[in-house]
Design a binder for this molecule. Structure first.
Ligand code: ADP
Ligand code: TRP
Length: 327
């Protein structure tokens, strides 16, 4: 029996290089070795975007197209939409019976986002319960592994704690999942040096045209101490170089590093090279994406097939947890 793996993305925008290197490459690798479940977290999108939900359905379809064009194969993994499996909502409700409010209050992402995000009203109960719903997403298929970017580690820890408490109270049934975090792409920097995120406006999207890629890369931050081309640079703190490392072979990276440290090459030349290489790197993906988008109802059909596959597993999990909890 293969071990199970599961992960989800919120359909709140287009995919960027942070998703591509932070997570998607692991998802691709895991689809054969594991029994893999990948879902579009549309309930989760609603927790933060409940005032403006009109884009969720479109981004859901686009996410499926992006995933399949990137190489996820609906024959080798199960791709579904969270709200097609309402058993997840019931499991989360059952989790909430044992989940202390203090565990949710101290979740770092909750505290951070309540403090930092001011253009959305996040005082709703749904947003507060976000990590409980995430724990239910993982437990609904009894996943062993969860590939995510490093920002998700606290949510995984909370999931393990909830499951431990449930197992301790009602008997061992659910599995404590382990996070799988990529070493080299754990935190892809954005154009401004902060984490690449659609909420920061610092992203390079995998669907960007060559012109958009060039414009974005030419505006990327480099070593801030390097004012002139004749100043030696430090590639270790240069966000442009961190992005370059993700797409170029090691020998080429070593050459750019030594030439940058010796002030033999300027940042503008480096940006031009990265823009060109990134455009070439993304071209095959973009061609496949265009072909899939031309197939009518492609995403809807993939999601319908995924729902069929995951539903019996979800029914079994919720049925057993209900029983264990005395219902
Ligand atoms: P965003 O921050 O753009 O809203 P999401 O929260 O939708 O991204 O992230 C979906 C998945 O991609 C998560 O597993 C997350 O850890 C990963 N991820 C997102 N941005 C990055 C990044 N800059 N570096 C590494 N992983 C990332
Ligand atoms: N919280 C994750 C994010 O912001 C999305 C997500 C929802 C998720 N449910 C999940 C990730 C279950 C892994 C497993 O990216």
């Amino acid at each position: 029996m293969k071990k199970r793996a599961l992960t989800g993305y919120r359909p709140t925008g287009k995919l960027h290089l942070g998703h591509w290197f932070g997570n998607l490459q692991n998802m691709l690798r895991m689809q054969d070795e594991y029994d893999a479940y990948y879902f579009v977290a549309d309930y989760h999108a609603l927790t933060s975007d409940w005032q403006n939900p009109q884009h969720i359905a479109r981004f859901t379809d686009e996410m499926v197209l992006d995933w399949v064009a990137a190489g996820l194969d609906p024959e080798r993994c199960t791709i579904y939409r969270q709200s097609d499996v309402p058993q997840v909502a019931e499991l989360s409700l059952l989790f909430n019976m044992v989940l202390p409010m203090t565990w949710l209050e101290r979740t770092p992402s909750y505290k951070e986002q309540r403090a930092q995000i001011t253009d959305k009203d996040l005082s709703n109960v749904g947003f507060f319960l976000y990590p409980s719903l995430q724990a239910a997403d993982i437990a609904i298929v009894r996943s062993d592994y969860v590939p995510v970017g490093e920002d998700q580690a606290p949510h995984l820890e909370l999931t393990r704690e909830i499951i431990r408490r449930l197992n301790g109270t009602y008997g061992e049934y659910l599995i404590e999942p382990k996070a799988i975090i990529p070493e080299d792409g754990a935190r892809v920097p954005g154009l401004d040096g902060r984490k690449m995120s659609k909420s920061y406006g610092n992203s390079i999207y995998i669907s960007d045209t060559p012109e958009e890629i060039t414009k974005a890369v030419m505006g990327c931050v480099t070593d801030p101490a390097r004012k002139l081309k004749t100043d030696p640079g430090d590639p270790d703190i240069c966000p442009l170089h961190q992005i370059h490392k993700l797409i170029a072979p090691e020998s080429e990276i070593a050459r750019w590093e030594s030439e940058c440290r010796a002030a033999e090459v300027g940042c503008v030349a480096h940006k031009r090279a990265v823009a060109e290489e990134l455009t070439a790197y993304l071209a095959p993906f973009q061609e496949r994406r265009a072909a899939l988008a031309a197939t009518p109802d492609f995403a809807r059909d993939v999601l319908a097939a995924g729902k069929e596959k995951v539903t019996p597993i979800a029914d079994e999990t919720v049925g057993r947890v209900r029983e264990l909890m005395g219902l």
